[in-house]
Design a protein around this ligand. Structure first.
Ligand code: ADP
Ligand code: ASP
Ligand code: MG
Length: 407
């Protein structure tokens, strides 16, 4: 029998009615002759609700206890889906991350999956059961509960597909696939029939939350075909696959945005070797990922050092930087929480010049000021004032992709 991994996101299991609908879909896949492992997220809004409770007690909640709390959301949805399957006459068994066992490192809140001991899953599948696994969670080597970071159920699903050699991983969500931009803010967004792992990694890392970035990294490393599709219709979605030559014909395949970053500036840092290392060393030690960095030298021999981190990490990053700044004789620290990163992504950029120039011109014509820029081989990102996000996404989509799409 062929093994299929299906993942259903929070909005797909938001109500009992929807959970019953998911049970029907899972049952149909089982009846079609597949062994099925289902990964589910917490019911929509639940993870945020739990996070809110923790923040009512503490501004910076203890990371270990926060993970114990957040992991409880998925415990509810796996049990409910398993109940719905049994009610439907389909034998099923639910598992928490530590029961499976999904082994991770010990970085709470953003743990990485190291290994999956699949024995219990295989035994359950052999007995004809549908296996329902809690997304987003695992266990470290000291048996502490860990979580994988927001959106992490995607990663659980792709990792299971990789470790168990599934024929595909289906990601069921509230849109019909991966679009040229977020269909929630741009009516002209087009569904892509296919997208390369590389482009999807860039889109995910620049805010297109339809797939979590680590899930795509896993899929690429283990060549897992990923099919992103809607829970609420049967039409084909988007296949995330290995790049092929035809994909380079498209200059830009997607426009993404991220309002989840914060800009921190350390003012007037003396311009001496080693100071950047002194600033970023302790931030890295705290497992905080720094995204963009710029350094502006000024005439008085000092530099302003500006960088961005995610909103989830910024209070921790700020408290570290506020300790470092006086130690390196900097003049102060500035924070801007009202920023957005807008990016254009496409493997075609490798072979075409002029994308950056066109992007800057289009934004200039709308009077949007660019505060930071970063590029990779297949991506250009700019930081702008958050209030222009939707406008910037729409004009860039119009300029690079157009109303009919470029697919
Ligand atoms: P789930 O709860 O199923 O994991 P998410 O909310 O994490 O779903 O991801 C789906 C959402 O991602 C969509 O509702 C859409 O608004 C957003 N999104 C952002 N960029 C894109 C894109 N390029 N294509 C499709 N959806 C996108
Ligand atoms: N429930 C977690 C979250 O809201 C994980 C997920 O949905 O993928 O981020
Ligand atoms: Mg998600």
């Amino acid at each position: 029998m062929s093994l299929l991994v299906q993942k259903y996101g929070g909005s797909s299991v938001a109500t009992i009615e929807r959970i019953k609908h998911v049970a029907e879909k899972v049952w149909a896949a089982k009846r079609a002759g597949h062994d099925v492992i289902v990964v589910v997220s917490a019911m929509a809004g639940e993870t945020n609700r739990l996070l809110g409770l923790a923040h009512e007690i503490s501004e910076m909640p203890d990371e270990r206890e926060k993970d114990v709390l957040l992991a409880s959301g998925e415990q509810v949805s796996i049990a409910l889906l398993s109940l719905a399957l049994k009610e439907r006459g389909q034998p099923s068994r639910s598992f928490l991350g530590h029961q499976v066992r999904i082994e991770t490192d010990n970085v709470y809140g953003k743990a990485r999956i190291r290994n999956i001991d699949s024995r219990r899953i295989l035994q359950s599948l052999k007995e004809g059961e549908v296996v329902v696994v809690a997304g987003f969670q695992g266990i470290d080597e000291d048996d502490n509960i860990t979580t994988l970071g927001r959106g992490g159920s995607d990663t659980t699903a792709v990792a299971l597909a990789a470790f168990l050699n599934a024929r595909a991983c289906e990601i069921y969500t509230d849109v019909e696939g991966v679009f040229t931009t977020d269909p929630g803010i741009c009516a002209d967004a087009q569904k892509l029939p296919r997208i390369s792992y590389e482009e999807m990694i860039e889109l995910a890392s620049t805010g297109a939350k339809v797939l979590e970035i680590r899930s795509v990294e896993f899929a690429k490393r283990f060549a897992v075909p990923v099919h992103v599709r809607s829970t609420f219709s049967d039409i084909e979605g988007t296949w995330v696959v290995k790049e092929d030559e035809s994909m380079e014909d498209l200059l830009v395949s997607g426009v993404s945005y991220d309002k989840n970053e914060v800009k921190i500036t350390i003012l007037r840092v003396p311009d001496r070797p080693g100071l950047a290392a002194q600033v970023f060393g302790p931030i890295a030690d705290a497992h905080i990922v720094v995204d963009m960095i710029i350094q502006n030298a000024s005439a008085d021999g000092t530099t302003d050092l500006t960088f961005t981190v995610s909103k989830a990490d910024y209070k921790k990053a700020l408290s570290i930087v506020e300790k470092t700044a006086p130690a390196i004789a900097a003049k102060g620290v500035d924070v801007d929480t009202d920023i957005a990163k807008v990016s254009v992504v496409g493997v075609g950029m490798r072979t075409h010049a002029g994308v950056a120039a066109k992007m800057f011109r289009v934004l200039a014509e709308e009077g949007v000021n660019i505060e930071m820029i970063s590029t990779s081989e297949i991506k250009i990102s700019v930081v702008i004032d958050a209030k222009y996000t939707e406008l910037a996404v729409r004009v860039l989509h119009e300029a690079f992709i157009g109303k009919q799409g470029n697919v």
